[in-house]
Design a protein around this ligand. Sequence first.
Ligand SMILES: [Mn+2]
Length: 352
Amino acid sequence: MWRKLNDILKEVDAVMITSAPNLRYFSGFAGGEGVCVIGSGFKFLFVDSRYTVAAVNEAPDFEVIEFRGGKLCDEINSRLKSRSVTKLGFENGELTVLEYDVYRERLSGIEFVGLGSRLTELRMIKTNAEIELMKTAEGIGDAAFSEVLPMIKAGVAECEIAAELEYRMRRHGADKTSFDTIVVSGIKSSMPHGIPSGKRLECGDFVTMDFGCVYKGYCSDMTRTVIIEKADEEQINIYNTVLSAQLKGLETIKAGIKGKDADRAARDIISGAGYGRCFGHSLGHGVGLVIHELPNLSPASEITLCENMIVTCEPGIYVEGFGGVRIEDMVAVTRNGVENLASSPKELIICG
Ligand SMILES: [Mn+2]
């Protein structure tokens, strides 16, 4: 990571980091609010008094500067001047137009260079320590799912299942959920990102549960679809098609292929079964400090997968007015394939 950051530091005198995940990644400071400035031979972390103690503890390599009442830019300015910084890389995808205007006005004599996603790209390949945290995070999801499974039956509301999943993830050590839990049933399961409601599960409903947690800063993500009491022929066909596509995706993902190649392999199975138009989203996405990060496994993704990237594999079929199925695992890319971090069963489970 530092070697690649050094490549960026050949093009600019320093980089200014303002987004919470990159602050955490590059400094260790987990508070979320602050600014860090890194150059060759200096690392500054600017926080307000709410975070000073945490910042000193969590970012031992950084000189922590506490700023008071509106003095952030003055503090940054004087450090930039003392280090003769004139060219400053910054996260142009993360600042509001107003914030950018303020920095430009108050950091005098500085040329701002937008870094696009270059800092975020450095997060794509995980360290072993990061992979271990994400294994734990995904394992927490597995544990919650196995505990909630016996509660899934006709008469129970979607929001009750969502609440149980979230509560159990917390009980197993999660910091919080990694995104708003999705539990959708019956016709509503045709909405990939539908919101859990008071709707009660009924006989013959698909129930799609997409959930994850944050453990020590790192996200997990998984989806399982079950059915209440009985499945008809079309439901079984849809389920098995999604499962075949998911397994094909897992079989295809490995170091050296492009994101779009994995997407294509899984998508061909769904298209071949006549449901191509019912799979509108990408096969998967990277996961890390943020629930959706690079690399994408989309039809357009030219990113070459590398060992120790973490991605999801989550094809789905959504038939409007009928229902939908999605099955998702989070996996670590290896030289020859994947290490699946999820262990929940994937054959069609008939509940109730
Ligand atoms: Mn996902």
